[in-house]
Design a protein around this ligand. Structure first.
Ligand code: NAD
Ligand code: ZN
Length: 360
């Protein structure tokens, strides 16, 4: 069973295919999407995947059999590949291997590997085609859509990058079988986010399910989350406006993630950030307190952290000062006035401490 979600971006339109696929089916989808003019394909693969995912070798073999001139480059596992040094290594490798403008890149791995692959593809020869095979839940529901690619700088995460849309994304749910539970749970936070800002049914489905999500439910949830992101991105590709609603839970979330020294996974930080935003929304009378209670109960049920208040301290709030989405003294928050809705409201940084620490 599989589902196709189109990302409607005119000439840059592409499809996200979600389901369980044979390696040959993945190869076929990518071959069709990259087109007959492609002369060589570089597979940029998360370096941790080979040892952990038995699905990888047959996938690489099938891609080698179906696509022209396939080479494989193993990236440093996870976030370690998201540096300019690693990008330099990749683009020098592409050049050494003789890729020209008809070459293409396929990123295989979590969001780190696919962000790296997309960014390398965006700058090599001023931009060549790329596609991704996301292998984590987070990469399937979030990094797969929207064309944000990039790497980290010393000053912060994702500070160097480009918008570069993939030609295709194939989310093969079988990869999730080897994903550690903590990573899987963290990915669900972005699914919950899509429920709050746009698709209430997501919350109902999760609330009604047991601790183990069935494959059919997982397919439904991933599809719904991808649809939400695809719809938002289609109306605002480069985040001049509405796309910012996807940052629900991310304002405080990013600050908590950085303050933890990245001990918190991104999804865990987003869970905490959503609780903080729901609480703040209730305090500012933008959303009802019942919504914050619902968010807490659901995130607890899923095994995500919700103790935002006890983790927030003035040091964390000070980090909002370096948030790249900040405009002057105003910090743009995404609030949820009702399930399935989002509203952007600027809050003065100087007001925040008073809101979060009323007695201080
Ligand atoms: N471009 C975007 O729009 C966007 C959106 C969200 C997140 N991101 C980026 O995505 C990154 C986080 O992505 P992530 O959560 O996927 O983490 P990740 O890419 O760092 O992967 C996490 C770990 O899981 C391992 N792994 C990957 N797939 C596996 C599998 N199937 N089985 C077993 N292990 C597996 C990896 O080796 C790694 O150690 C961040 O860098 C973030 O900035 C980008
Ligand atoms: Zn996120």
């Amino acid at each position: 069973m599989s589902v196709v979600v189109p990302v409607e971006l005119g000439a840059r339109r592409y499809e996200v295919q979600i389901g369980t696929f044979t390696p040959e089916a993945v190869a076929e989808i990518l071959a069709v999407a990259l087109g007959p003019a492609v002369t060589g394909v570089a597979l940029l693969v998360d370096g941790g995947l080979a040892a952990r995912a038995p699905r990888l070798p047959p996938l690489i073999a099938a891609l080698g059999a179906r696509l022209p001139d396939v080479d494989v480059l193993s990236l440093r596992a996870g976030e370690a590949c998201k540096s300019l040094t690693e990008i330099e290594r990749t683009v020098e490798w592409l050049a050494d291997r003789g890729y020209d403008r008809r070459g293409a890149v396929v990123g295989i791995g979590g969001g780190a590997a696919t962000d790296h692959a997309g960014f390398a593809a965006s700058i090599f020869l001023r931009g060549i085609s790329f596609a991704t095979v996301p292998t984590t839940l987070l990469a399937m529901v979030d990094a797969s859509v929207g064309g944000k690619t990039g790497v980290d700088l010393r000053a912060g995460k994702n500070l160097a990058g480009a918008f570069h849309q993939p030609r295709a994304v194939v989310a093969d749910l079988a990869f999730l079988e080897t994903l550690p539970l903590r990573e899987r749970t963290a990915g669900l936070a972005e699914v919950v986010k899509c429920g709050f800002i746009a698709d209430p049914e997501i919350l109902d489905l999760l609330e009604g399910s047991g601790p183990v999500l069935s494959p059919a439910l997982l397919l439904d949830l991933i599809t719904r989350a991808v649809r939400v992101k695809a719809e938002v991105v289609a109306t605002d590709e480069t985040e001049v406006g509405r796309r910012a609603i996807l940052n629900f839970g991310h304002t405080i979330g990013h600050a908590l993630e950085a303050a933890s020294g990245y001990d918190l996974l991104h999804g865990e930080a987003v869970a905490l950030g959503m609780i903080a935003a729901l609480d703040l929304g209730a305090a500012m009378r933008i959303g009802p307190p019942a919504l914050a209670a619902r968010g807490r109960a659901l995130l607890d049920q899923l095994g995500l952290p919700t103790d935002a208040a006890s983790r927030l301290d003035p040091g964390v709030l000070a980090r909002l000062a370096v948030d790249k989405k900040r405009r002057g003294d105003q910090i743009r928050f995404v609030f949820c006035p009702a399930v399935g809705q989002a509203r952007l409201v600027d809050v003065a940084a100087s007001d925040l401490a008073g809101r979060f620490f009323p007695k201080a």
